[in-house]
Design a protein around this ligand. Structure first.
Ligand SMILES: Cc1ncc(COP(=O)(O)O)c(C=O)c1O
Length: 483
């Protein structure tokens, strides 16, 4: 019987014909092969033993299972690639799933964990999508996106952000998430460092790992509104530093980088010939005056080395339409375009039609977006006041996005009867879910264990109820025994 073996590990190595013989199979398919020669020929070994010999050189974790066909029993390898094994699953998704399961079981959980607006997509955008289907825009689009949507993006970036691009410097993808991952894969080489200020959006370090790079986390302080200290940045840069990721307004803190601070950062970046900047501006429109948004690429000398990421999910309440984009020098955008062409191809044709309508709503999304921002601002003000008045709680007033990142660490180290110890942000979130029935995300997911993230993409009434529950759940903690 013909047997075949799929080797997906990047690190198992050797000469293909030779390994075929050793494995005793008829074909070996190398889905991601990086050649590192064995120093000497391995003896002919059964599969399991061969793997342990290669493991010693390649640090691959291997698991074996037995598979049965009608004719024979064979062993095959179910191990995953080291790249996948190095990636942590998203805690935001985990807690949202846990809260959803509780809600399904009838527990009246208030869910403030998800990072998506609670508004419907504005009707003009929805209509454009529907018309797109009716008018037959249901086929593959160019890989980079339709010329129509890329031209509209160029116009937006020029008018609103003061940065000039041509359509061949724009790549439209299935959400900003894809734009970021492709950018990392395009510019990072193994061993490169990706500089990420914490608190960070959960996916940045994991995406850096997926791109074979090493995330370097730079801590910020709540007392400094979670903004990156340029001196700290300067002290951590080296020739290995390839990419600095900035996110303003920030998920999870809502901090907005003032132009002056960005200029200081730009001066430091300019001293490093290998260093590029990925500026994630997806919350750009959800910003509270007097704070203003500055695009990093608009700063002197930064256009050439900045990859600007933006999208439609947040400001236009279009999370499910899956549309984001990357703007940057053609050299890098073309590299990302190549990755996308072998990965997903162009984004949804219907969503691209809808995006053109979104960009046609006027400056910064016009009234449709400003109405949502007004509601977010009211909620932010309410939460800042309520948590600001709470004992043992520290906050930094967010200037944008729809998150509040609250320091609850004064409640850590307590033992609650019937629950157990509260040692960190994760156990506090479990406690608040169990006892308070409010789902929040532990700060550890964002690289800061002192805090917990509240998403205020929920009505004021819901937020009022949530604050009451959190307050009530925290009261026993103030008198609980220290452990
Ligand atoms: C900071 C940040 N960047 C990017 C994304 C990805 O957005 P998209 O839905 O466009 O993939 C998110 C989504 O949560 C985000 O919070």
């Amino acid at each position: 019987m013909a047997t075949s073996l799929q080797i997906s590990s990047t690190y198992i190595c050797g000469q293909i014909g030779f390994v075929d013989r050793c494995l005793g199979v008829d074909s070996v398919s190398w889905s991601s092969f990086r050649s590192v020669s064995f120093s000497s020929q391995l003896p002919s070994l059964p599969l399991k033993q061969l793997y342990s010999s290669t493991q010693a050189q390649s640090h691959v974790t291997v698991s074996m299972v037995k598979a049965q066909s009608n004719l024979t029993t064979t062993e095959f390898d179910t191990s995953l690639s080291p790249r996948v094994n190095s990636v942590k699953p998203s805690k935001t998704v985990a807690i949202s799933d846990q809260a959803a399961a509780l809600a399904q079981a009838g527990v009246p959980v208030i869910r403030l964990a998800a990072g998506e607006p609670d508004f419907d997509t504005p009707s003009v955008i929805v209509e454009a999508g529907i018309n797109g289907i009716r008018e037959g825009y249901t086929r593959y689009t160019p890989n980079a996106g339709t010329l129509e949507v890329r031209q509209a993006i160029c116009h937006k970036l020029k008018e609103e952000n003061g940065i000039t691009y041509t359509p061949d410097q724009i790549l439209v993808s299935n959400g900003a998430k894809q734009s970021i991952l492709q950018a990392l894969i395009a510019v990072c080489s193994p061993g490169d460092e990706v500089i990420i200020p914490a608190p960070f959006w959960v996916s940045y370090p994991e995406m850096a790992r997926l791109a074979d790079a090493t995330p370097v986390i730079l801590q910020t302080r709540i007392s400094e509104d979670f903004l990156l200290d340029p001196k700290l940045l300067e002290s951590k840069l080296s020739e290995r530093s390839r990419l600095l990721i900035l996110c303003s307004p920030s998920n999870p803190t809502g901090s907005v980088y003032p132009k002056k601070l960005l200029e200081e950062i730009a001066q430091i970046v300019a001293k490093h010939p290998r260093l590029m900047v990925l500026s994630d501006e997806i919350y750009e429109h959800i910003i509270y005056a007097p704070a203003t948004h500055t695009s990093f690429a608009s700063l002197p000398g930064m256009w050439e080395r900045t990859l600007t990421v933006n999208g439609f999910s947040k400001a236009f309440a279009m999370t499910g339409w899956r549309l984001g984009y990357l703007a940057g020098p053609k050299h890098f955008v073309s590299a990302c375009n190549k990755i996308q062409s072998q990965f997903t191809s162009g984004a949804s044709s219907i969503s691209q039609k809808a995006a053109v309508a979104a960009l046609g709503l006027g400056y910064a999304g016009g009234e449709a977006v400003s109405t949502m921002v007004k509601a977010f601002r009211e909620r932010r003000d309410f939460l800042v006041k309520r948590f600001g008045d709470m004992k043992g709680v520290k906050i930094s007033e967010p200037q944008g996005a729809f998150y509040l990142f609250i320091d609850f660490s004064s409640f850590y180290g307590r033992e609650v009867e019937g629950f157990g110890g509260i040692e960190n942000s994760e156990s506090l979130c479990r406690y608040l879910l169990d006892v308070g029935q409010v789902a929040l995300v532990p700060g550890s997911a964002f690289g800061n264990d002192t805090c917990v993230r509240i998403s205020y993409a929920a009505s004021l009434t819901t937020l009022q109820a949530a604050v009451e529950r959190i307050n009530k759940a925290l009261i026993p903690l103030t008198s609980a025994a220290l452990v």
